[in-house]
Design a protein around this ligand. Structure first.
Ligand code: SAM
Ligand code: SF4
Length: 369
């Protein structure tokens, strides 16, 4: 199983990659990118076992003491927002809904940051019970992962029979005012790829924004292969049987998803008919990466800073905080970590016939997707 790398990058950098004293304020890197979008993992635990993320038997969970407490999360977010220019927060995991103090954490964050967009990515299990409380606490919006509308396929992909709960959770989130609701789907060859047009039709009918995410080599089982992943080009082609996609005229503005307006296709022709039904997003992290415009900074559940999903280096923010560090020292560590953000993850540079990309140690659930 993947093990977090102990102490990697835990100190002040020295040498050629060290952040110069006159580096700009905020979370900037050597290539001039500025991170303003914070992804914070609330837990490494999860109640599903999605095949592209977790092994069937789960992972060895972090000890409770190793995970950031509510107070530590609130302090880290305060430093990010008040000192380092973070403008948007996404809570993730593991599964954020399994954290018993989730509502209290959101309420405390909202209290400190009245205008901050705070969204959450969830698998939706148990969301029906919590949606209204999350909204009341100050959550702005929600993303729910939904790979299939067929019970059997859903259960095969997630290894748990919870489709009904997830569908009810999506509707509950909408009803609670947590819209616009975005849905995330990962397509797996031969499992749910053929379902993509009907999944899109279902989402459009209900006013949910579906985004397809290319499968990344971040599964704990190390089963990802370049040949087997469904590329963005394939996704567009699968959808184009039923729909005509045209680029969304709105600016992408650093968003990972490339958005398309969707119209019905006149069967067997290149023509569309009727009005725009809504939009669909495609997150092509592998084949059409957006590294040059990346605005993300990530904090894992145990308080490590990752400048990229594929970083080989982690910087221990929580350890420093627990040693009694000042805000100033925490600001510096965070800036040092972001300064050495890789230029690109490089997955797209390897041709289809080249050996597969070397997978990072951490799986998606252990980073915080
Ligand atoms: N448990 C929550 C959920 O599933 O929405 C939040 C955490 S999950 C790691 C966040 C997102 O990462 C989900 O939308 C999931 O589909 C996506 N994800 C997980 N493993 C992935 C992989 N190997 N490639 C692409 N996306 C992945
Ligand atoms: Fe859990 Fe989300 Fe990973 Fe699925 S993708 S196993 S729901 S963390």
């Amino acid at each position: 199983m993947p093990q977090p790398r102990d102490g990697a990058g835990s100190g002040r950098q020295t040498g050629p990659a060290a952040r110069p004293a006159d580096a700009p304020a905020g979370l900037v890197d050597r290539y001039g990118r500025r991170a303003t979008d914070m992804r914070l993992s609330l837990t490494d635990k999860c109640n599903l076992r999605c095949t592209y993320c977790m092994p069937a038997e789960g992972l060895e969970w972090l000890a409770k003491q190793a995970v950031m407490s509510a107070e530590e999360i609130v302090r880290i977010v305060r430093i990010g927002v008040d000192r380092l220019g973070v403008r948007e927060l996404r809570l993730t995991g593991g599964e954020p809904l399994v954290r018993h103090d989730l509502v209290e954490i959101i309420a405390a964050l909202r209290n400190n940051h009245p205008g901050l967009p705070i969204s959450m990515t969830t698998n939706g299990v148990g969301l029906t019970k919590k949606a209204a409380a999350l909204k009341a606490a100050g959550l702005t919006r929600i993303n729910v992962s939904l790979d299939s509308l067929h019970e059997e396929t859903f259960t095969k992909l997630t290894r748990r029979p919870f489709l009904d709960q997830v569908l009810a959770g999506v509707d509950a989130a909408w009803a609670a005012g947590l819209g616009p609701v975005k849905l995330n789907a990962v397509l797996m060859r031969g499992i749910n790829d053929a379902e993509s047009p009907s999944l899109l039709a279902w989402a459009l009918d209900r006013g949910y924004e579906l985004r397809f995410i290319e499968q990344m080599p971040l599964d704990a089982d190390h089963g990802w292969t370049r040949r087997n992943m469904i590329t963005a080009a394939e996704i567009r082609s699968l959808l184009s049987v039923d729909f005509v996609l045209s680029p969304d005229p709105r600016a992408r503005d650093g968003a990972p998803a490339e958005r398309f307006e969707v119209r019905r296709r006149v069967a067997g022709t290149a023509e569309s008919r009727g009005p725009v039904l809504g939009t669909v997003g495609i997150i092509a992290s592998v084949t059409e990466p957006f590294c040059s415009d990346c605005r993300r900074t990530r904090i894992t559940a145990e308080g490590k800073i990752m400048s990229c999903l594929f970083s080989r280096e982690e910087f221990d923010l929580l350890g420093l905080l627990r040693e009694g560090a000042s805000d100033e020292a925490l600001v510096e560590r965070w800036q040092d970590a972001m300064w050495v953000k890789p230029k690109a993850h490089g997955m797209d540079h390897v041709g289809l016939d080249a050996p597969d990309f070397v997978q990072p140690d951490r799986s998606m659930s252990a980073i915080g997707g």
